[in-house]
Every structure is written in structure tokens, then in C-alpha cells.
Ligand binder design. Structure first.
Ligand code: ARG
Length: 455
């Protein structure tokens, strides 16, 4: 491609060191879309004829077909996907192919391809986020009646519904989907026409080309357009955070599957056995996802570090953006897909969660609230109930087993109605403020999510 200036061929080591086609071949469909649109722009600018444009289009379609059939031979001597396709096109159709690269550089070409690729990837990832949200809502509905302890510091705190706990993840995933959609707005700007860095003296109607490619706008500074990989960094961050959410869900599932908790059971199809211990049923999918989320963070840090010291505009370092990008997209897609399946097979063990939620200490806060409703300032109420907790632990009797006179030792105003507070169902019913886990609230949330996710 640059034989004019050079007298010596590229060293074989340099060739294999610098080639990217072994991984950027994945951009082929977007590269071809970009070239088809660019050819239309060239025709409009009078650089190529309608016949030349048609033969370029035909040649590119043939190449795409061959790639998809697995009959196209990518050559690493041609460095990247862009030169592989262009060179094969020219071999196929002759002079018209040689005109295609007018007013275009691989710099604006690759920036365009990667943006198109990312936009499509966002749609796929968001689709998978929605599938997982649906699976979580359905699992929450299957276990709607199950009560469980809510934890802070992994210590039992207050009673909640299992469904409320799962819906917390649906909320997280909703923010992920919104972040992906938002990132897409910044991917949706076309760099094509920025040339190597300073546009071209051959004027192409960029807005026309953008329209062909489905971009909402065109970049306004050719140098920024060439050097910008912010959209990749943003996408990698959004993927990493989504991965972190899956990792937290993984951790919950791993704990819940342990014999110590025994809160949930996963299907045989989504667990694995041990080659040595016959009794084992391991939550490998969750563990792998917890592990893979580390790679997603690594890919983000990798790209930020690549970009950190780069002068304007294009630098070859930027070729290193693709492997972390592809890896993160592949990883999050497979993680979301397998999670949706696994959650569809998850069953809550409502007896176990109820037994854990029947720990009387879960209602200590409710007792403090009882005092507050009887005009005791909360700080004082906290201290009174703290002493009552210590007494109950020492006595090895739960609150409900204490006599009214024993309650009254800590605060004179206790009356018989204190025993009404010490009931798990009443305690849950009472949590009816917006966002709290009363069964009625949770029902409404389930309905809201169902409707929203059907749309
Ligand atoms: N394979 C290159 C990349 O991904 C394409 C752009 C190459 N441009 C250049 N001037 N060498 O970054």
C-alpha cells in the first residue's frame, strides 16, 4: 500500500508484530458498510461514476459473502481488515477499487468502523440485560412469599422479602441499560471524512454519508475525530460496572447456595460436580462471573493506560484498543446470557429463608420504633432496646418469650400491644413507605417491572 516510498520490504517480524487482522477481521461488516457509504459520497462528489460505484458495491458484497462463508483468506501481510478488503476489491474489480480510498484514511475509517461496531454491540448487550431483568422478575415472582433477613455487614439486619432483594438487582441492571444507551449517543457521531487528521481537499458531503450509515451527526473537528477513543473507554466502563453488578449477584448466589445458608437451589444444568467429591454441586457460573468481572475492569484500565500519554492525533498505540474492547463485549454478552438461564432455574428455599428471618433480633429496630411511636426520642429508644437485646441474649429467650413485666423493667410504658410488633408478617406489612419491602409494595413493583420489561 505504501510501496512508492520504500526500497526495502517490511521485516517479517515487524509484519507479525504489527498485524491486527487476526483480531480486527471482526470489523469486516462495518468496514464494508462504511466503504459502501463512502463510495456513494465519492459518486456524489464526481470522483467516481455511477458504474464504478455499483461495481465497488458489488465487489464488496461478494467479499462480505465470502467472509461469511469462511472462504475469504485474510493475509497478515496486508496488516488489517481495511487493507485486506480494499486490496481484494481492487484485485476483483480493477481501477474502480483503486479509487475507493480517495479522501479517506484508515484513521477515519477505523474510527468509523469501531463506532458502528460499538453501536450494534450496545443494542445486543442491552437486549441481554433485558433478558436477565426478566429472569430476575420471574424468579422474584416464583418466590414472592419468601421472607428473608436483609443484611448489612453480612450480619442479619431487618426482615425483607426475597423478591425485594432480587428486584434490587433489576434496578441496578436498569441503570446499566440506561448507561449503555447514553454511551451510544456519543458513539453516534461520524468521523468519516476527517481523513488522516485534516480532512481532504476533495470535498465529500459528510452529512449525506452519515445518513447512509445511520449516524445522527458528523464530527466537527477532524483532529478530535481521529484521536477520540472516549466512546470505547466509556463503553468499557459501562461494561465493567455491569460486570461488577453481576459479580455482586454472584457473591449472593454463592453464599445462598452454601449449606450454611441454603437459601436457594440452582438447577443441575447450571452447576457442576467435583471430579473427586461425589456430593458436590458447585455454583461455577457465579464464581466464573465473579472472576471474569476482574477482566472487565482490567480491559478498562488497559485502554485508559493506552490513551493516557498519546499526543494528537492518531498513534499506532490505538490499534491496541480492539482486543480489550472485543473481549469485554464477548465476556459481558456471555455472562448476561448464561445468568439469564441460570436465574430461570433458581428456586428459593422459603423454609430456610423464613427460619433465618425468624431470628427475633431482626425486630429490634421495630421495638425501637414502637417506643418512638410512644413519644420516646429515637436515641433514647435505641439505648433502651439495646439493653433489652443484651438481656434477651443473656436469658437465651427471644423478645416474644419475655414477660410484659420484664419489658417494663427497661421502660415503664410497655403495654400488651408490644407483642403485636413481634410478628414477622406485621413487621413486613408495616414497611409500606415508598421503596420499602411490604408485600403490597413488592407486588406493585413486580407489576411495574413486568409491564416495563414487556414494552
Ligand atoms: N489497524 C489500524 C488500527 O486499528 C488502522 C489504522 C492504521 N493507520 C495507520 N496510519 N497506520 O489502528
Amino acid at each position: 500500500m505504501w510501496k512508492g516510498r520504500f526500497q526495502e520490504p517490511t521485516s517479517a517480524l515487524v509484519q507479525s508484530y504489527g498485524e491486527s487482522v487476526s483480531f480486527d477481521w471482526r470489523l469486516y461488516a462495518h468496514d464494508i458498510r462504511g466503504s459502501v457509504a463512502h463510495a456513494k459520497g465519492l459518486e456524489k462528489a464526481g470522483i467516481i461514476t455511477a458504474e464504478e460505484r455499483a461495481s465497488i458495491e458489488r465487489g464488496l458484497k461478494e467479499i462480505q459473502h465470502e467472509i461469511e462463508q469462511g472462504n475469504f483468506e485474510f493475509q497478515s501481510s496486508l496488516e488489517d481488515v481495511h487493507m485486506n478488503i480494499e486490496s481484494d476489491l481492487t484485485r476483483r474489480i480493477g481501477p474502480a477499487g483503486a479509487r475507493l480510498h480517495t479522501a479517506r484514511s484508515r484513521n477515519d475509517q477505523v474510527a468509523t468502523d469501531v463506532r458502528l461496531y460499538c453501536k450494534d454491540a450496545v443494542d445486543q448487550v442491552v437486549g441481554l440485560v433485558r433478558c436477565l431483568q426478566r429472569a430476575l422478575v420471574e424468579a422474584a415472582e416464583r418466590g414472592e412469599q419468601a421472607v428473608m433477613p436483609g443484611y448489612t455487614h453480612l450480619q442479619r439486619g431487618q426482615p425483607v422479602l426475597f423478591a425485594h432483594h432480587l428486584l434490587a438487582y433489576v434496578e441496578m441492571l436498569e441503570r446499566d441499560a440506561a448507561r449503555f444507551e447514553d454511551a451510544k449517543k456519543r458513539m453516534d457521531v461520524m468521523p468519516l471524512g476527517s481523513g488522516a487528521l485534516a480532512g481532504s481537499t476533495v470535498i465529500i458531503n459528510r452529512e449525506f454519508v452519515a445518513k447512509q450509515l445511520g449516524f445522527s451527526s458528523v464530527s466537527q473537528n477532524s483532529m478530535d475525530a481521529i484521536s477520540d477513543r472516549d466512546f470505547v473507554a466509556e463503553f468499557l466502563f459501562d461494561i465493567a460496572l455491569c460486570g461488577i453488578h453481576l459479580s455482586r449477584l454472584s457473591e449472593d448466589i454463592i453464599l445462598w447456595c452454601s449449606s450454611e445458608f441454603g437459601f436457594v437451589t440452582l438447577s443441575d444444568a447450571h452447576t457442576t460436580g467435583s471430579s473427586l467429591m461425589p456430593q458436590k454441586k458447585n455454583p461455577d457460573v457465579a464464581e466464573l462471573t465473579r472472576g471474569k468481572s476482574g477482566r472487565l475492569v482490567g480491559n478498562l484500565v488497559c485502554l485508559l493506560t493506552i490513551l493516557k500519554g498519546l499526543p494528537m492525533t492518531y498513534n499506532r498505540d490505538m490499534q491496541e484498543d480492539k482486543e480489550p474492547l472485543f473481549d469485554s463485549i464477548d465476556t459481558i454478552k456471555s455472562a448476561l446470557g448464561v445468568f439469564a438461564e441460570m436465574i430461570a432455574g433458581l428456586e428459593v428455599n422459603a423454609q430456610r429463608t423464613k427460619a433465618a428471618a425468624s431470628d427475633p433480633m431482626l425486630l429490634a429496630t421495630d421495638l425501637a420504633d414502637y417506643l418512638v411511636k410512644n413519644s420516646v426520642p429515637f436515641r433514647q429508644a435505641h439505648e433502651i432496646i439495646g439493653k433489652l437485646v443484651a438481656f434477651s441474649i443473656k436469658q437465651k429467650r427471644g423478645f416474644a418469650q419475655l414477660k410484659l413485666t420484664e419489658f417494663q423493667r427497661f421502660w415503664k410504658g410497655f403495654s400488651k400491644d408490644v407483642y403485636d410488633v413481634l410478628n414477622l408478617s406485621t413487621a413486613l406489612e408495616a414497611r409500606k413507605g415508598i421503596g420499602a419491602p411490604s408485600p403490597q409494595n413488592v407486588r406493585k413493583q413486580l407489576d411495574r417491572w413486568r409491564k416495563q420489561l414487556e414494552a
